[in-house]
Design a binder for this molecule. Structure first.
Ligand SMILES: [Zn+2]
Length: 187
């Protein structure tokens, strides 16, 4: 099959909404490969479902996106519109964080009890949007371990080399981890 086929965007809408029927889901699964426009179709559907106009560049999780902002910025943004700032800085550093350290605190979110991490050796960190309270992430790490930066996408390379649609503001310094700038500002 050639690479230039494209599925009906209404199927993507149904996929995103969790309403696609079994036959169509199976049909998509059995395609020899995903059509090259699917990511852009998917982004278009996501864009239809948010209340703001900043361009979605990539979805990081259910309600968290990297978006293009006015003035040439790329920021991590919650579905509610709250911006966590430059996407090259770990968004978790600007979230509300709840840490569960004791057996009792961790037991509230683990079942059965043998699955509970061992207090003193591990802790559970939960990351929330300061504006709407959505939980965007959870990590289980040793106490004192640096906050994990889960994903720094190379957006320029992805859009240019994989989608064939280079972003208008390409620059080598987009693909750099700037998290240390945030922690440095705390001292
Ligand atoms: Zn929010």
């Amino acid at each position: 099959m050639s690479d230039d086929f494209e599925i009906d965007i209404n199927l993507v809408r149904q996929l995103v909404d969790g309403k696609i029927d079994d036959d169509n889901a199976e049909r998509l699964l059995k395609l020899p490969r995903k059509d090259i426009g699917r990511f852009l179709q998917y982004n278009q559907v996501l864009q239809e479902r948010v209340a703001w106009n900043d361009r979605i560049l990539i979805r990081l999780s259910d309600k968290l996106y990297v978006v293009g902002k006015p003035g040439g910025k790329r920021e991590t943004q919650c579905e509610c519109g709250y911006s966590f700032g430059d996407y090259r800085q770990n968004w978790k550093l600007k979230s509300k964080i709840r840490t569960r350290k004791t057996l009792e605190e961790m037991g509230q979110v683990y079942s059965p009890s043998p699955a509970i991490p061992e207090p003193g050796w591990q802790e559970v960190r939960e990351f929330f949007c300061p504006e709407c309270g959505t939980q965007h992430g959870v990590e289980v790490v040793a106490p004192g371990y640096p906050i994990v930066f889960e994903m720094l996408p190379d957006l320029d390379k992805f859009y240019r080399d994989y989608l064939g649609q280079p972003l208008p503001d390409e620059s080598p310094d987009w693909y750099e981890d700037h998290t240390a700038k945030v922690t440095a500002s705390w001292t």
